[in-house]
Every structure is written in C-alpha cells, then in structure tokens.
Design a binder for this molecule. Structure first.
Ligand code: NAD
Length: 324
C-alpha cells in the first residue's frame, strides 16, 4: 500500500485552502496550485494568515501556524504541484466539465501510480472517472466545510477504484485523526442525500407556514443537532426503538404522504422483534444489558459536556438572545 506523505491540492479556494491547511498541520508536505500562479500565491498567504489568527486566538494548538508554514508551499502551475505527489486532491468548483478538464490535466502529468481524489459533493464518480487515466487510483475524498475544523471525510469508491487506493487514503486520514467512511457511488453519497432531505423538510415547514425559519433552526440545533455530534440517526433509532419509529413513520405517512412511508429495512426488523436497545436487538447489532448501561452513562457525559460548552460560548452572531 502506498504511504501518502506528499499531497498536491488543485484549486486553493474555500475547501482546497482548508484541506491544505489541515494536511500541512498534520505534517504532510502540501503544495497548492490554482488557475493562475497569482491565485495560488494569494491563497498561500491567506492560509498562513488564517493559521496564525487561529493559533493567536487559541483555536488551534501552539505550533499550528509554524507547522502550516513549514509544510505548505504554492506552485506556479498544476504540473509543478503534482510532480512527485503521492496524492493529488482536486478541489475546483462543482462543474463537471471543469472537473473533467482539470482531472485530465492532472492525469496527464502525474505519475501513473499517484492517487487522485476529488472533493466533489454531488457529482457521481462515474461521471468523472473516464477523465482520469488509470481510474483504479481515483476516488472521492470529500471533506466537509470548513475542512480544517470539521473532522469527517466521506470516501467514495467507484466501479474502478482499487481497494489499495481506498486503503492508502484511509490510512493517511486515520493517521492524522480524521474519521472516514467508504460509501458507494450513489446520488448525494451519504452526507448530501441526508442533508438535502432534512433541508427540504425544513423548507417545506416554513413554506407551509408551520414555523418561522428561526424557530425551525432553534428546534433542530438544540435537539437533533445537539445529539447528532455523538450519535448518528441510526444509533438514535436503536436507542428510541425500531417499533416506535415504524409506528411514527406510518402516522407521518398518513398525514404527509408516501415520502414518509417506513422503509422495509425498518419494518422487517421491527416485525422480526428487533426493537432496539430496549430488547437488546438493534437494527444491525445486538446489545447486552451492560452495553446499554455503558452507552447511557457515556451519553450523559457527552450531553452534559455539550451543555456546558453551549453555556460557555456566546451565541452565534446571527442569533439573538431570545433564540438561545
Ligand atoms: N464550499 C463548501 O461548502 C463545500 C463543501 C464540501 C465540498 N465542496 C466541494 O469542494 C469543491 C471546491 O469548492 P469551494 O467551495 O472550495 O470552491 P471555491 O470557488 O472557493 O474554490 C475553487 C478554487 O478552484 C480554483 N480553480 C478554478 N478553475 C481552476 C483550474 N482550472 N485549475 C486550478 N484551480 C482552479 C478557483 O480559482 C478557486 O480558488 C467543489 O467541488 C465543491 O462542491 C464544497
């Protein structure tokens, strides 16, 4: 398996800049390139200034700015940035034609064994893969915004992506403390499919006049969002009860239509007697009584520390006191 120590980030805007910053902070040798040398040089200066600001305000540990400065450089051209890189991460705007052009340019100059990632949020890998020579070394490496602060990275392996490609990128991410998951090349991958479904319902609630935008956000961030940093929706399902969710889905479907019909994966499990943590049989795992006790104790600790953090932080600038 290839060990990744040198990375080129092509497109040094919002996401590319954050990705470069985080990888350089972790000790990888990172080069950025943009559409012009001037843009890359300006982005480099911006990233160093941001790293210094973050460290000065105590939001990054001591040494962050120095590590970024030591490990990050800018290149005059894509060819120069890519030369000798183990991984090339493409982070140009979300335009399939532009991405295909840049990916073709990268593959034309990169070593054939260099790995190539795209930070696309929504474009299927299959729509980009044939722009890359040796597509076995190509995958989605999807950081979240802002990349230097939000930990999770979604990896998408396409029909041609080699297992060793995914393993090498995953090992690099694990080595720098970033959680990742490998998911299929399906529309929206995981993050955006779920996020867009949630945003759509939130928008419909406002459109139908059931709540103001401010009230929707207050409820979601202080309930679902509060819990979601610790437990994904499927872990929450096990905690609340599969039978409870199945019944609630049916009630919602009666009122709101088929988009709320319970998926078979849920009704089959609930009908088979898998009701979640309360009877030891979850959607995809079993729980002993000891597991349930340990999860509840950990949850109490996590929620209590989250409450303390929220009490300590001033409200986000766009929120008025009355909404917190
Ligand atoms: N912004 C987000 O919230 C977010 C989150 C996750 C993923 N993404 C994805 O990350 C990618 C980049 O998004 P962004 O928000 O950083 O965009 P951005 O516009 O901030 O940055 C894109 C950069 O690419 C550069 N660029 C344009 N053409 C180029 C070329 N031919 N060669 C080299 N560089 C070129 C631009 O000059 C710019 O610096 C997109 O695929 C986007 O969907 C964005």
């Amino acid at each position: 398996m290839r060990t990744i120590t040198t990375v080129a980030v092509i497109g040094s805007g919002y996401m590319g800049g954050g990705i470069a910053q985080t990888l350089a902070d972790a000790g990888l040798a990172v080069r950025i390139a943009d559409a012009t040398a001037d843009l890359a040089r300006t982005a480099h200066a911006r990233i160093l200034a941001e790293a210094a600001d973050l460290e000065a305000s105590g939001l990054m540990p001591t040494g962050h700015a120095e590590r970024v400065r030591d490990n990050l450089s800018w290149s005059e051209s894509l060819r120069e940035a890519v030369d000798g890189a183990d991984l090339i991460e493409e982070a140009v705007p979300e335009d399939p034609n532009l991405k295909r052009r840049v990916l073709a340019e990268i593959s034309a100059v990169a070593a054939p064994e260099a790995l190539i990632g795209t930070n696309t949020s929504t474009i299927p890998l299959a729509r980009l893969a044939d722009a890359v020579t040796h597509p076995d070394r190509f995958l989605v490496v999807h950081f979240s915004n802002p990349a230097h602060l939000v930990p999770g990275v979604e990896l998408v392996a396409g029909a041609h992506t080699a297992d060793s490609t995914v393993a090498a990128v995953r090992a690099m991410l694990t080595g720098i403390g970033r959680p990742s998951a490998v998911v299929a090349d399906a529309p929206g991958f995981v993050l955006n499919r779920v996020q867009y479904a949630m945003v759509k319902e939130a928008l419909l609630i406002v459109q139908e006049g059931h709540a103001t935008p401010e009230d929707v956000d207050t409820i979601l961030r202080s309930t679902l969002g509060f819990r979601a940093a610790f437990f994904g929706p499927l872990a929450m399902l096990d905690m609340a009860g599969l039978d409870v969710y199945a019944d609630s889905f049916r009630l919602l479907a009666d009122a709101l239509g088929d988009r709320f019909a319970p998926p078979e994966i849920l009704t089959d499990a609930a009908d088979a007697g898998r009701h979640g943590m309360k009877n030891g049989a979850g959607l995809w795992r079993d729980y002993t009584g000891q597991d349930a006790g340990a999860i509840q104790a950990w949850r109490a600790q996590a929620y209590s520390r989250m409450s303390a953090l929220l009490a300590d932080l001033p409200p986000a600038p766009t929120l008025t006191r009355s909404t917190v």
